[in-house]
Design a protein around this ligand. Structure first.
Ligand code: FAD
Length: 501
């Protein structure tokens, strides 16, 4: 469908927004081409974001000396003398092995981290997943063009292909899904060795003794906790007075205390003035956000995690007159159409939360509109998850937002310390907090801090999507013993009393 053939839909960018839009468009019977410059599909998320940061550790990196363990607990480790788990999860397993297993009666004589194995496993997992999307393209008959796309006109994209040629791809509709890139800070040069972005932090060749993270957003905290678990002394420097500013205040405070217990240090209201990389490590010159005396903080590696910016470099938006805002985000209407008819935009490159699942929702709705159907994304009900341990997940409004709206509300809370499953597995740090409108009991927001809050939150997302009341959740039968029972009890606490506390 490339070359001179005209497509119904051309997607520029093969990340979660772009590849999902391409597959959905093809499923709706539209002739579709997707252009991706990276050479692999899946975008930031799959190649250098969500997946390598999380999946990695579920498969391999920590090596346990299994003969000891077998002797101890009688586990046959799938016929192997070593077994491993994949980075957030792997580092968690290592931390558990060194800090918690003994209290469960599981003792090791030796536990060590094999970082190269961990990294190799990550690369393998990412490779398998990106190839999987290529397979889905073939299955759904999406044409895949590997190369850098730029607008020649609102219906034509010129592609410098990875193999070295050039082709022009034509489409009645073009969707820009070019995503986002790392944001640096004035005067800071990211070399991906001593001063790294999240991409470099996912590929360090050794465990830094001292890691400084600039920025206490979710990516900085996730990456910081990975390296803290593997033994780095981690200090997070943040200009704002709080970590993760979008999080419910009460949950945020508890979350910070939990991370501090895990030996992460926080320097809030602190500005990074400059970095000196001339020596072996890095010297950070800091000063209080409000001004004052400068101090020096030393690090082996500095992770710059100060947010992400929309990526539209070399795309030729100016050539066809597509409007962007001051932050460089492409402006679209509720049908994802820019000010240029036929040119659409989705995902991280438009305003809204920079999340993979939001980009996917945009992609599906955008092509539904193109196909003449109705698309819909409810941005008030996009869940957010911080994949630390415990995880923090939320949907809907924070208590601060509810207050600011002037709505009369009730709060129901339930701690995991009173949840039987959490107690049984000795992983009971955290709580569920539900905010409901006082007059109607309609749920306004749900916030969960728990080992697998990222899974638990979806019951709340569904409840909010159907405008459920907290009583609806409380009267829904929940299996015992499960962590989900804490959500039911918090719902009871919202309008009545919980049973188990
Ligand atoms: P992207 O994924 O950025 O994809 C855009 C693609 O377009 C890229 O592959 C790029 O190469 C291509 N492209 C750009 N310009 C051109 C061009 N001119 N021609 C051809 N191709 C082009 N989100 C979550 O929801 N959960 C998480 O756990 C999570 N963890 C993250 C961890 C990290 C470390 C990072 C950095 C991000 C994380 N995110 C997470 C955010 C998530 O990765 C993004 O929100 C998501 O990838 C956005 O999808 P997208 O399709 O809009 O853009």
């Amino acid at each position: 469908a490339s070359g001179s053939d005209e497509n119904d839909v051309v997607v520029i960018g093969g990340g979660p927004g772009g590849y999902v839009a391409a597959i959905k468009a093809a499923q709706l019977g539209l002739k579709t081409t997707c252009i991706e410059k990276r050479g692999t599909l899946g975008g930031t998320c799959l190649n250098v974001g969500c997946i390598p940061s999380k999946v990695r550790l579920s498969i391999s990196p920590v090596r346990f000396r299994v003969p000891d363990m077998r002797a101890c607990v009688g586990i046959d480790c799938y016929g192997s003398d070593e077994f491993a788990f994949a980075l957030l999860h792997s580092s968690h397993m290592y931390h558990e092995a060194t800090h918690s297993f003994a209290s469960h009666g599981v003792k090791f004589s030796s536990v060590e981290v094999d970082l190269p194995a961990m990294m190799a496993q990550k690369d393998k997992a990412v490779g398998n997943l990106t190839k999987g999307i290529e397979g889905l393209f073939k299955k759904n008959k999406v044409t895949y063009v590997k190369g850098y796309g730029k607008f020649v006109s609102p219906t034509e994209v010129s592609v410098d292909t990875i193999e070295g040629g050039n082709t022009v791809v034509k489409g009645k509709n073009i969707i820009v899904a070019t995503g986002s890139d790392v944001k640096s800070l004035p005067g800071i040069v990211i070399d991906e060795k001593k001063v790294v972005s999240s991409t470099g932090a996912l590929a360090l060749s050794e465990i830094p003794k001292k890691l400084v993270v600039i920025g206490a957003g979710y990516i900085g905290l996730e990456m910081g906790s990975v390296w803290a678990r593997l033994g780095s002394q981690v200090t997070v420097v943040e200009f704002a007075p709080d970590i993760v500013p979008t999080m419910d205040g009460e949950i945020r405070k508890q979350f910070q205390r939990t991370l501090e217990k895990q030996k992460m240090k926080f320097m809030l209201k602190t500005k990074v003035v400059s970095l000196d990389t001339s020596g072996d490590g890095v010297k950070l010159i800091l000063e209080p956000a409000a001004g004052g005396n400068q101090t020096i903080l030393e690090a082996d590696v500095v992770l710059v995690s100060a947010g992400r910016i929309p990526f539209t470099a070399g795309l030729g938006l100016d050539k066809i007159g597509v409007e962007t805002d001051k932050a460089g985000r492409i402006l679209v209407n509720e049908r994802f159409v820019t000010n240029v008819p036929g040119v659409h935009a989705i995902g991280d490159v438009i305003p809204g939360p920079m999340l993979a699942h939001k980009a996917e929702e945009d992609g599906v709705a955008c092509v539904e509109f193109i196909a003449g159907k109705e698309g819909h994304v409810d941005y008030d009900k996009v869940p957010g998850v911080v994949y630390t341990h415990p995880e923090v997940a939320s949907v809907g409004k924070t208590e601060e937002q509810v207050k600011a709206l002037g709505v009369d509300y009730r709060v129901g809370k339930f701690p995991f310390l009173a949840n039987s499953r959490a107690k049984a597995i000795d992983d009971a740090e955290g709580l569920v907090k539900i905010l409901a409108e006082k007059e109607t009991d309609k749920i306004l927001g749900v916030h969960i801090m728990a080992p697998n809050a990222g899974e638990l939150i979806h019951e709340a997302v569904l409840a909010l999507s159907y405008d459920a009341s907290s009583e609806d959740i409380a009267r829904t039968c929940h299996a015992h013993p499960t962590m989900s029972e804490a959500l039911k009890e918090a719902a009871m606490a919202t309008y009545d009393k919980p049973i188990h506390i």
